[in-house]
Write a protein of this length. Structure first.
Length: 345
């Protein structure tokens, strides 16, 4: 199946909630949406007497993402199980993110998406550091965990994330660090019973970890991760490499060999680039990355694929790609009919 959708709530949508976005995506004839988990804030508070014995995920008007419990007179540690009950003296870590007020609301949003056949995914904050060891790296790790909890409630299948800068690390050191973080994160997903997979997005800048080879190396070694093929990023980083159907085919072949997946999650838009670096996304019509070769490759292989529009025009270019795909399909069918007529003569 081929799915198209925007990276965020459609620009034309009058409401700004995920529910509004899902309804608009469906009305536009699209069937996928990547929810932006980018305004992430957490604060800690003590439980009240009335909350003693309550299940955090059942609490109304709050998204509880961790319970901190004293292990001795001075030290607390995070404890979490889906159906655990809070105790007197626990500290609750509360998330605000603009996606939903509590888990029940998120589940209702997910139900709506399934009813309308809109496949959901989620993108973590754009500035991430999953290779370092400082406070920013710790927050980045937590954001992937919290994003997984949101995705799980929504029924979203992929939590997309960037890796972060190489910094002072050599490539081998950066890879080892990223693999260690991913193994820890996928282990945390399993402990929290989060079904979504962590999607590692290819990067469009030379200073950011995430060339195609690097992403495929990590996903081949860490169970529970999948590659996110951001074609404008690959195109920019490889100095305008994706110009033909055969070049897209090579990317898919390498990805399938490394990940063993039969389904692909991708991003597409136009892109301005220079010196192997993305400068900015552009509408598809204004970039040198064309959608027609990708459409030909997808149709020729009958791929099961999700294509997310990261263009500044969001839903407009998602619909534009769908039109191009249908146009390429008609050309293929017409060519096949001509060949059949010629063969029958």
């Amino acid at each position: 199946m081929i799915r198209f959708g925007p990276s965020g709530i459609p620009l034309s949508c009058k409401g700004r909630t995920p529910r509004d976005g899902i309804e608009d995506v469906h009305m536009l004839g699209l069937n996928s949406m990547e929810i932006q988990f980018v305004r992430v804030n957490v604060f800690d508070r003590y439980t009240t007497e009335e909350e003693d014995g309550m299940v955090p995920m059942d609490m109304e008007k709050e998204l509880i993402v961790d319970v901190l419990r004293y292990v001795d007179d001075e030290n607390k540690e995070a404890v979490w199980e889906k159906n655990m009950k809070v105790e007197e003296g626990d500290v609750l870590r509360v998330l605000t993110c603009g996606i939903g007020n509590d888990y029940n609301e998120l589940k209702e949003t997910g139900r709506l998406a399934r009813e309308l056949d809109v496949d959901l995914s989620l993108h973590t904050p754009y500035y991430m550091d999953l290779g370092g060891e400082d406070g920013i790296s710790e927050r980045s790790v937590n954001n992937v965990i919290y994003g997984g909890m949101i995705a799980d409630a929504l029924g979203a299948g992929v939590v997309v994330t960037h890796m972060g800068l190489y910094g002072d690390l050599e490539l081998d050191e950066a890879t080892d660090s990223v693999i260690a973080k991913m193994e820890s994160l996928t282990g945390e997903y399993r402990e929290r019973k989060i079904k979504a997979r962590i999607g590692l997005e290819t990067s469009g800048k030379q200073v950011v970890y995430g060339s195609l080879d690097e992403i495929l190396d990590v996903v081949s070694k860490v169970r529970g991760t999948v590659p996110v093929l951001n074609f404008p990023h690959i195109h920019a980083r490889e100095h305008g490499s994706l110009q033909s159907k055969e070049q897209f085919q090579e990317v898919f072949d390498r990805t399938r060999k490394a990940s063993k997946l039969k389904w692909f999650y991708t991003h597409f838009s136009g892109v301005q680039h220079e010196g192997g670096n993305e400068k900015r996304y552009t509408p598809i019509k204004k970039g040198d990355l064309k959608f027609e070769p990708l459409a030909e490759c997808v149709l020729e292989n009958n791929f099961d694929i999700t294509i997310i529009s990261s263009s500044p025009l969001l839903e407009h270019d998602a619909m534009y790609m769908k039109v191009i795909l249908e146009r390429v399909m008609l050309k293929r069918e017409s060519k096949l009919q001509r060949q059949m007529k010629e063969a029958a003569k």
